[in-house]
Write a protein that binds this ligand. Structure first.
Ligand code: IVH
Length: 704
């Protein structure tokens, strides 16, 4: 029977076979109408007709739940709430963009490209201009044309797995049309239109929900809901605009790539435009600035991307931003208001940052009452007094800033602001190293403002590597008062009973699985009672002591006891110990200062010694392969490398002390992913094994 014929029959009358057939037809049909409506803005049926299809689908699924398809339209409106988000590593890091704040910046950017590629002055640079919407960047993995999973940008290396939430977006193609590469990461922006944002806020206010400051927050807050059903009710949109890892190049120019995205079923910003020259780009910038207020969504500038992908490839990246793209921002929006107070906030790294508290004021459509004052020098330089009338500006996604004071309006008797030299959170000294702008709390391991963040670092994969102790778990243990310092982690066994009584932790509901959570956690902790000294030092989270410097210190001082003693001597002003420290190749005065500051604070020493009661740092090899980040690690190479053969790479890894294996497992530490990597890369991603690009591998191997 035809789909239409089946549809006329009551659901109760359908046989299983007919139901399966009709569900398949409905999935196709609803996807088609979703696309017509949301992507093409050209609906072919009325809302009522659409709703009837959705209801029919739901009714059949209710009767035949075992026939619910993986691509069922009803699965777009997620299922039960998730328990927080898993981390997902991006196949290729998601980087950021440099900004241009005016035409000169943009010209400099073009000149850099010409210089780098050695292009003659008359060679025109073709760009694609994409109005920059402020939303949430997402990375969407497709395999064999099917949507597999998606993540937020996170720290650029790994983001949050928001697959279930993304599935509720009508703009998200679950299957790509045409001929996409076998495996591709498509990147884009999840955002909310201005009208949807205002309507959502009205609804939220009416229902006593959270009211959002701007469309970006609304989009981020909606996408990062633990319950996908809530996301499903939020009017989120998605524009695709970039590519991450891909098994093959689907286009030769970025403009072509945007057309491919459209063919595959993505929405691409209708404002994107191919620009034949620098001059056209500048004209586009002016046009967009003019049209900005009347667009249906907020934009804070235009992203310009060099059109030729082969040139993009050659230009590569500096730091965390590509050389081939730039975000040319619009000028900031400003207003004046009265400064009521200056608060000092202690950041997660101990930085004391002043924050202006002001009379609420409307800046370009957003109500602002707090603004950043950067640091103490800025307050002095701008001569800011409490009670002043100040000029605030909002520049795109950045926190509002106080740009200056209207001196004529200063009230009589207003006094300059005196910056505190003690941490308002813990009372430890707050010091400002010479030549630095920021004053920092030296309370280190003991300052409550820094505790959780430091504990997260302490347990993280490259530090103590305690499995199961992620951000959320640590926050919980901290909030429950069980863990205040690193040493407390190793005393958690005493609290096993209490932990088991927590919802989702104990044996109460799902016996086996949950009882294990506590047992697994305690086992993971026990397993890390002995760690290499370099990890131990790195885990302490001392400023400027990253993995590389921790390794230098471990190799030089060899044992924990020796390192500790020499640091205490240096902190007490011992010039010989200090000289020794600075004599280490790679350790300069700035790094030495941080170590001295750490060891000068008695509270830190107490916390360190307390920890050393629980953990035994293993002596470091004085020289040899211990120097390499690959020493003692297991590594797998997959795909073709550009700069060396696989054989050569494997030999090099072995020389650096690594164990090279052929297959990826939980015990693998690194997977180096070359071109056309297949199932091993997928496996690594699935297991959360650290993946390295060729460039990262070269850098860590000391070749870059
Ligand atoms: S491309 C290497 N294109 O800007 C290329 N980003 O600063 C980096 N954004 O996190 C991204 N519109 O949230 C790109 N058309 C666009 C964009 C865009 C907005 C955001 C995105 C990203 C940030 C980078």
């Amino acid at each position: 029977m035809s789909a239409a014929g089946l549809r006329a029959r009551p659901v109760e009358a359908l046989t299983e076979e007919e139901a399966a057939e009709e569900l398949a037809a409905l999935a196709r049909e609803i996807a088609h109408h979703d696309r017509a409506y949301y992507v093409l803005d050209a609906p072919e049926i009325t809302d009522a007709e659409y709703d009837a299809l959705v209801r029919r689908n739901r009714a059949i699924e209710a009767r035949f739940p075992h026939l619910i398809r993986p691509d069922s339209p009803s699965r777009r409106v997620g299922a039960a709430p998730a328990e927080g988000f898993a981390k997902l590593r991006h196949g290729v890091p998601m980087l950021s963009l440099d900004n241009a704040f005016g035409e000169q910046d943009f010209r400099d950017f073009c000149a850099r490209i010409r210089r780098f590629l050695n292009l003659p002055a008359e060679e025109r640079l073709r760009f694609v201009g994409e109005p920059k919407i402020d939303g949430v960047a997402v990375n969407l993995l497709y395999e064999e044309g099917r949507f597999v999973r998606g993540a937020t940008r996170g720290d650029g290396i790994e983001g949050e797995d928001v697959t279930r939430n993304l599935l509720t977006l009508k703009d998200l193609p679950r299957r790509l049309r045409g001929h996409p590469p076998a495996r591709i990461e498509v990147r884009g922006e999840v955002f909310m239109t201005k009208a949807d944002f205002l309507a959502l806020n009205e609804r939220q206010a009416r229902e006593g929900g959270r009211v959002f400051a701007n469309p970006r927050n609304a989009a981020a807050g909606s996408l990062r809901q633990l319950d996908p059903q809530i996301t499903a009710q939020r009017p989120l949109r998605l524009f695709a605009y970039a590519m991450g890892a891909a098994s093959e190049q689907p286009a030769r120019t970025h403009w072509d790539y945007l057309q491919r995205l459209r063919e595959w079923g993505f929405a691409v910003s209708p404002l994107s435009r191919l620009l034949a020259s620098e001059a056209e780009a500048a004209a586009f910038q002016a046009e967009m600035a003019d049209r900005r207020a009347s667009l249906p969504f907020d934009i804070d500038g235009v992203v310009y991307k060099l059109d030729r992908l082969d040139w993009q490839e050659r230009l590569g990246f500096v730091g965390r931003a590509p050389r081939w793209a730039i975000a040319w921002k619009f000028p900031a929006e400003r207003a004046t208001t009265k400064l009521l107070d200056i608060e000092i906030q202690v950041g997660r790294t101990g930085a004391l940052t002043p924050r202006a508290v002001m009379e609420p004021v409307n800046v370009g459509g957003v109500i602002v009452q707090h603004a950043s004052l950067h640091n103490e020098d800025e307050i002095a330089r701008k001569d800011i007094h409490i009670g002043d009338t100040v000029i605030v500006q909002r520049a795109g996604d950045v926190i509002p800033q106080v740009v200056g004071v209207v001196l004529e309006k200063r009230p009589k008797g207003a006094k300059p602001f005196v910056f505190p030299d003690r941490c308002p959170a813990c009372g430890s000294k707050a010091v400002r190293p010479e030549g630095e702008a920021v004053r920092r709390c030296t309370g280190g391991l003991t300052c409550p403002a820094q505790t959780v963040e430091r504990l997260i670092h302490f347990c993280s994969r490259n530090a103590m590597d305690i499995e199961g102790l992620g951000a959320e778990t640590i926050q919980k243990l901290h909030d429950e008062g069980l863990v205040r310092s690193p040493a407390d982690i190793f005393r958690l066994a005493r609290h096993a009973e209490r932990m088991r009584s927590w919802e989702g932790w104990g044996a109460k509901t799902r016996k086996g699985a949950e009882a294990k959570k506590v047992a697994n956690l305690l086992a993971a902790i026990e397993a890390r009672r002995r760690v290499p000294l370099e990890r131990f030092i790195f885990a302490l989270g001392i400023r400027r002591i990253g993995e590389a410097n921790a390794r230098l210190l471990a190799r030089h001082y060899h044992s924990f006891a020796n390192w500790r003693a020499r640091m205490i001597e240096a902190a007490a002003g011992g010039s010989e110990a200090r000289e020794e420290l600075e004599s280490i190749q790679g350790i300069g005065p700035a790094i030495a200062n941080e170590l001295v500051a750490f060891f000068s604070e008695r509270r830190n020493l107490k916390a360190l010694d307390d920890l050393a009661q629980e953990v035994t740092p293993e002596e470091a090899p004085a020289h040899g392969p211990g120097a390499s980040p690959f020493a003692g690690r297991t590594i797998v190479f997959t795909g073709a490398l550009d700069t060396m053969t696989r054989d050569e790479a494997e030999h090099l890894a072995e020389r650096l002390g690594a164990k090279v294996t052929k297959s990826v497992s939980r015990r693998t530490d690194f997977v180096v992913v070359g071109a056309d990597a297949g199932s091993k890369a997928a496996k690594a991603q699935e297991l959360g094994v650290r993946m390295l690009s060729e460039a990262e591998w070269r850098e860590m191997a000391g070749l870059a």
